[in-house]
Design a protein around this ligand. Structure first.
Ligand code: GLU
Ligand code: MG
Length: 450
């Protein structure tokens, strides 16, 4: 590995790259990094660079909570070791390269708080069961001129939604995105002006789960840099204003056994093997505590906004938190997947995927039962109708999310005791911060965090 890192460092130096971002996402989905000079890359790839273990208990506002006993003092260090296969010169920041890290103990063991390792463990568990996963994130974000405080009063594009004209003023930025994503080895499925004011969306091509999470992290760096180069800022926050469309980071997954997509569509238009989807639905309240975990995440979950406020599934139902995307003769069986809409940038991308895969695997294992799909928006039903149809609201605040998480050992167990403790302490710290603020203040404080 040192050999590969040395070779990469040599190429980088020859190309004028001075340093490498060693990047990860914390328990708030906030990217963090250390830059090492290219001359130090080989050493970093072998021994890692040191960082405080307290990053696992940073909250969304950079406050350190000591509410988790395992990380209850300022003492402790972790080694950040770049994943050499993912080293990438940054097209939009040509003097820098980037790599995601593994977080190891000083003995070189996986650190129990390493989110990437948690996802790797689920992928390995899948492989043991003969299952192979594919995953891809869809990213929604809002754009505004650099220096904007409030995107809604200075939107980066005027709409109309999905209009090619909306993006003419952002031509240079869009061209940079298309160029830089390709140059950074990221494949975009599509890019468009989204429904919301100032909103854009791009989808990342499906790949193996760990790569999908790495890609999501690299995509953020790529978008932020392209925006900066064009006098813009972007917000990935779940919500940019209380009445505005949310920024969902929808998570598409599918599962295969011996190359066959288990979500493939039968003659009735439903998945031939419902276990994976049923597993996601069964654990949905606990999953959303990980996949949409911040206070703004819970503000985003409103019916009528395609963000998924109630726990149900549907076939191509945009209001459903679990949207089954069928295969067809035009698209092929491989196309079938399930989209989790209750997912946003405040989730750690590795943890979000890890819990989704675990819940899906458990559903396959138990042959979990899948109720009938719902084609409507239950948000438009009466309370009584929802009760009759067995549709419940998803956890609406941190306390409800925490209770849902603890109620599902299948989901909570994925994190392991240490990481679960840190994650819950961080959520509690965020909730205490939010308790003293208005919803508008909460939204504003998260705008530029991700
Ligand atoms: N912006 C919506 C959200 O908050 C999603 C819109 C869509 O279905 O693409 O997730
Ligand atoms: Mg969208």
């Amino acid at each position: 590995m040192t050999k590969a890192a040395s070779a990469a460092a040599k190429d980088f130096a020859a190309a004028g790259v001075g340093g490498v971002h060693l990047a990860w996402a914390d328990n708030n989905g906030i990217p963090r990094s250390r830059i090492v000079p290219v001359g130090g890359l080989a050493d970093a790839a072998t021994r890692g660079v040191g960082a405080t273990s307290l990053f696992a208990v940073f909250d969304s506002h950079d406050a350190i909570t000591y509410g988790h006993a395992g990380l209850g003092t300022p003492s402790g260090d972790v080694r950040l070791v770049p994943v050499v296969e993912r080293l990438q010169r940054l097209a939009g920041q040509p003097a820098l390269a980037w790599a995601p890290v593994r977080q190891l103990t000083a003995e070189g063991e996986p650190w129990p708080y390493c989110q990437r390792a948690v996802l790797e463990a689920q992928v390995a568990e899948g492989a043991r069961r003969g299952l192979e996963f594919r995953a891809g994130y869809e990213l929604e974000f809002a754009v505004a001129p650099a220096g904007s405080v409030d995107i809604l009063s200075t939107p980066g594009h005027p709409g109309p939604a999905y209009s090619p004209h909306a993006l003419i003023g952002l031509d240079g930025f869009v061209a940079a995105l298309l160029h830089d994503f390709a140059a950074n080895g990221l494949r975009i499925g599509q890019l468009h002006a989204e429904y919301g004011v100032a909103q854009l969306e791009l989808s990342l091509a499906a790949t193996d789960p760990v790569s999908a999470a790495d890609d999501q992290l690299l995509a953020r760096q790529t978008i932020h840099a392209a925006a900066h180069a064009h006098g813009l800022v972007v917000s990935f926050a779940p919500l940019i204003g209380l009445g505005a469309a949310g920024n969902g980071w929808h998570l598409h997954t599918s599962v295969r056994r011996k190359g066959r997509n288990l979500l493939g569509t039968g003659g009735d238009g439903l998945p031939t093997e419902p276990g994976y989807l049923a597993g996601l639905l069964r654990d949905l309240p606990a999953l959303t505590a990980i996949t949409a975990p911040s206070v703004p995440s819970t503000l985003r979950l409103r019916p009528g906004y395609f963000a998924g406020a109630y726990a149900f599934w549907g076939v191509e139902n945009r209001e459903a938190p679990l949207r089954y995307v069928p295969g067809s003769s035009l698209l092929g069986a491989d196309h079938a997947n399930v989209e989790l809409k209750t997912s946003d940038a405040s989730a750690n991308p590795y943890l979000a995927l890890a819990v989704v895969l675990a819940a899906g695997m458990a559903g396959i294992e138990d042959s979990a039962a899948l109720p009938e799909p719902i084609a409507e928006d239950p948000g438009g039903w009466t309370e009584g109708e929802r009760e009759t149809r067995g549709v419940r609201g998803l956890p609406a605040d941190t306390a409800e999310q925490d209770a849902a998480l603890l109620a599902s050992p299948r989901v909570a167990g994925v994190l392991g005791e240490d990481l679960l403790g840190a994650f819950r302490a961080v959520r509690a710290s965020d909730a205490a911060w939010a308790a003293e603020r208005t919803s508008d203040e909460i939204v504003a404080a998260h705008l530029w965090r991700y």
